[in-house]
Design a protein around this ligand. Structure first.
Ligand code: ADP
Ligand code: TRP
Length: 321
């Protein structure tokens, strides 16, 4: 049974793209494999510089995992910063990581162009990510396509360590098949917190409705027949709806006399109904941060055991002990 591990940065409230593209597929896999899921709050520090924002994001990300059905009896959910061994290992890995490999990373180059605060944490982001993965003997890492280069860097560093200091780490593999699906945002681009085009399925009805009403459409009149293939509302609807519901909406579009406002209302109702249980569970969890914290602590204790045993081997192989 291979060990699966993945992390999500606590950089904001998880949206429909995160839930359908990353969380639900990973939870599905966790039913068959022993899985490690963590909230990458140390990575979030590269961009978030506000104590309350970081705390809230960490809570919402943990609550979202739990609300989506992650079973913490059979899996391990923890906060990255609760296992300080990860930053210790990062230092050892830093000393093996060639400078040009980090300087050429796409994600660093993109961020360096976009952000005004280009800090050393952004630069060494992939080394912390490598440490996140190999500290727990992870074998399979489900990630979005944007993360595959980080996985290549992880493999390079782990291989170099094994070559220089003897077999120490398992070489992990990225699994991108389940996350290949790109969920479009309200403007038709990839849904992303950084594009401000998200549908926050955990938000209050009012916020959710406003986001759905903001979906960009063409300017066809109510009477006109419409093309579902080019419509952003339909693209989202079909990801959530059953086949019968989708067919029904296609007929309405093609017949005409059915406006985009109607379609938006229908999408809103669908999301509210489909995710009613998840939304309620999330609300209950957000009112009980203690309970969420206890789940994270329980996960941290289990994660710590693996981290300690791997780190002991690392230090001995390095000649530190
Ligand atoms: P964001 O772009 O909103 O900042 P993150 O980079 O934090 O999202 O992504 C967290 C996880 O969710 C990653 O595994 C990523 O691949 C997945 N994900 C994010 N947006 C989408 C999307 N629009 N479609 C599919 N998966 C997504
Ligand atoms: N960099 C990942 C992202 O932005 C989050 C992450 C941090 C991660 N450490 C990880 C993902 C380890 C997988 C494994 O989505």
């Amino acid at each position: 049974m291979p060990r699966i591990l993945t992390g999500i940065q606590s950089s904001g409230e998880p949206h429909l793209g995160n839930v359908l593209g990353a969380m639900l597929p990973a939870i599905e896999m966790s039913k068959r494999n022993e899985s490690f899921f963590f909230i990458a709050d140390l990575h979030a520090l590269t961009t978030i510089k506000d104590r309350e924002v970081l705390k809230t994001n960490t809570l919402t990300t943990a609550a979202a995992w739990l609300a989506c059905g992650l079973n913490t009896e059979t899996n391990i959910l923890y906060k990255q910063s609760d296992i300080p061994q990860v930053t210790e290992l990062m230092w050892y890995l830093n000393c093996l990581t060639p400078y040009p490999m980090l300087a050429n990373a796409h994600s660093f180059k993109d961020k360096a162009k976009q952000l005004s605060d280009v800090n050393a944490g952004l630069f060494t982001y992939p080394v912390l990510m490598a440490s996140d993965i190999i500290l727990y003997d992870a074998e399979i890492v489900p990630v979005g396509k944007d993360q595959t280069q980080h996985l290549e860097i992880t493999r390079d560093i782990a291989n170099k360590f094994n070559y220089l200091f003897g077999n120490t780490f398992i070489i992990p593999e990225a699994k991108t098949d389940n996350t290949n699906m790109i969920i479009p945002g309200t403007d038709g681009r990839k849904m992303s917190k950084s594009y401000n085009n998200t549908i926050n399925i955990f938000a209050d009805e009012k916020v959710l409705k406003k986001q759905i009403m903001g979906i960009v459409t063409d300017s066809k009149n109510l009477e006109d027949p419409k093309d579902p293939k080019t419509c952003n509302i339909f693209q989202l609807y079909k990801l959530v709806a059953s086949d019968a519901q989708t067919q029904n909406l296609i007929s309405k579009y093609q017949k005409g006399g059915y406006g985009y406002g109607h379609a938006k209302n229908e999408l809103f109702e669908l999301i509210i109904n489909k995710y009613e249980k998840i939304r309620n569970k999330f609300k209950i969890l957000m009112k009980d941060p203690k309970h969420v914290e206890i789940q994270l602590q329980k996960g941290a204790e289990k994660a710590q055991e693996v981290a300690n045993s791997v780190l002991k081997k690392v230090k001995s192989n390095l000649g530190l002990v």
